[in-house]
Design a protein around this ligand. Structure first.
Ligand code: PEP
Length: 257
């Protein structure tokens, strides 16, 4: 059985001090039933880079893992504005989001470099969360599957074979991110099922069945339970609703299918 994973993507929000306060409140909330939650689910927060050191301190001794929102694939050098695996690992980062739609669409990262980032994260013994998702225009043109399967294929094309199972996929329809317009559980399950099939085909059934596929796009305390009831939805990548401890804690407590 796959453990659920609930990931908080703070995006470009929260100073180190604000991040520390949010983590303290989240820990206090989740501590109330820590043992029950730890049985079948994992939790992580992905702060902006500058809040990572403070977040690492605030998370010390907690079951909540530390994530980052991106990472460059080269180990060091003349790459202004980028951050390396070693820099993230220094602070205990264990998950790295790659290919988030905001990186793809605002910052023009392409499938190929997203794939290189994913491979570099795994090579550095961290877990990449590879995001895929179609725009509204692509969905309206009936191209959803073509787009997400291409992003998956190229995103994994440079992945080290021995790390095949060490990846998390996040299906995030671009039209649902930050819009308040969530995919229905049925729409999401259709795509998750297709992603699972592609993973099975590419990596074999055992590995495909072990990989977690998260849904992201306006997940809230109100819609998380119905999404998590679907067989191939293994957790959530949460933006807006992760910026308040109580709403994210409620999402983490989603009813497990
Ligand atoms: C995200 O940032 O990945 C996301 C899904 O954002 P939101 O939950 O705000 O739609």
């Amino acid at each position: 059985m796959r453990r659920k994973l609930f990931a908080a993507n703070w995006k470009m929000n929260l100073t180190p001090a604000e991040g520390r306060t949010l983590i303290a409140a989240l820990r206090a909330d989740l501590d109330r039933d820590a043992a029950a939650l730890a049985r079948d689910r994992d939790v992580l927060v992905a702060p902006p880079f500058l809040a990572i050191p403070a977040a690492a301190q605030a998370l010390a001794g907690s079951a909540v893992a530390l994530g980052a929102q991106n990472m460059y694939f080269e180990p060091k050098g003349a790459f202004t504005g980028e951050v390396s695996a070693e820099m993230l690992r220094f602070f205990g980062v264990s998950y790295v989001i790659v290919g988030h739609s905001e990186r793809r669409h605002i910052f023009k990262e392409d499938d190929e470099t997203v794939g290189r980032r994913a491979a570099a994260v795994a090579t550095a013994r961290m877990t990449p969360i590879l995001c895929v998702g179609e725009t509204a225009t692509e969905r309206d043109a009936g191209r959803t599957l073509e787009v997400v399967l291409r992003q998956l294929e190229i995103g994994l094309s440079q992945f080290p074979a021995r790390d095949a199972a060490n990846v998390v996929i996040a299906y995030e329809p671009v039209w649902a991110i930050g819009t308040g317009r969530t995919a229905t559980p049925e729409q999401a399950q259709t795509i998750h099922g297709a992603l699972r099939e592609a993973l099975n085909e590419r990596l074999g059934h055992d590995t495909g069945a072990a990989i977690r596929i998260l849904y992201g796009g306006s997940v809230t305390a109100d819609n998380v339970d119905t999404l998590m009831a679907k067989p191939d939805i293994d957790g959530a990548l949460v933006g807006g609703a992760s910026l308040k401890a109580d709403s994210f804690a409620r999402i983490v407590r989603a009813k497990s299918a």
